[in-house]
Design a protein around this ligand. Structure first.
Ligand code: SF4
Length: 237
């Protein structure tokens, strides 16, 4: 176990390892050491994609009561809600849900089908604002970002201090390929969102997700590539 002082934010506890050292640690080590250091002020952000199948297993192996949260945009696919229920059933956990306004409330304030007219505004309302509430009070969060998911994520560090949010952002799978992810899924017989087998490499809201490789099915033909959860890199949402 290593120690690092955080000069930027003395009120936030240090990582149990130097951020640069994370590059040479396994994902399992990063998850286990981070949860041991920060629980209960650390949580896994779960978007019910292939990466979270792996991270959920790592986190709950490290600590059966590890915290997990999800951003429920209320526009998730039925298969995603089924995966959510399957995770809770298999692991005996409750995934903390953070939600924005109902579709009716959003339409009343911003008009119908905001995701078509201004998807950035829609993501800000349904994802970014709920994420802020999810992260309030946390010293660290774990994401499923991988560097080869998109050019916007190529520089994703395994551990970094998010000065804007005041906590550690940990991406243990940053250097994993999608083949690495699926090898672990098979090895551990993990539950995966069935949409992956239906041609969806990346899974988000029903209104904005199509089948496709990489992230090409997200906001297809709009020029938008990220939802704003990871302004310095990319997300797992
Ligand atoms: S992905 Fe689409 S529907 Fe979901 S919050 Fe963003 S714009 Fe809205």
């Amino acid at each position: 176990m290593h120690a690092l002082s955080c000069a930027l934010m003395p009120s936030t506890p240090p990582l149990p390892f130097p951020p640069d050292a994370a590059e040479h640690m396994t994902a399992d080590e990063i998850v286990a050491e981070s949860i041991a250091a920060f629980h209960p002020r650390i949580a896994l952000a779960c978007s019910f994609q292939q990466e979270e199948a792996v991270l959920l297993d790592m986190a709950l192996t490290a600590r059966p009561d590890a915290r997990v949260f999800a951003l429920d945009t209320r526009f998730l696919f039925p298969e995603t809600y089924d995966t959510w229920a399957a995770y809770e059933d298999r692991y005996g956990i409750t995934i903390e849900a953070f939600r924005g306004p109902t579709p009716e409330e959003q339409a009343a304030e911003h008009g119908d089908r905001l995701w078509e007219r201004d998807p950035n505004a829609c993501c800000a309302i349904r994802k970014v604002e709920p994420l802020g509430r999810a992260l309030a009070g946390l010293d660290a969060w774990i994401t499923g970002l991988r560097r080869d998911q998109a050019p916007t994520r190529a520089g994703t560090p395994k551990a970094e201090f998010d000065e804007a949010r005041g906590n550690w952002k940990i991406s243990p799978l940053a250097d994993w390929t999608v083949d690495d992810v699926w090898a672990r899924i098979r090895e551990r017989d993990l539950i995966v969102n069935p949409l992956h087998q239906k041609g969806y490499a990346s899974i988000g809201c029903t209104h904005c997700t199509q089948p496709g490789t990489g992230r090409e099915g997200r906001w297809a033909d709009t020029g938008k590539t990220e939802c704003g959860l990871h302004p310095a890199g990319g997300p797992a949402a």
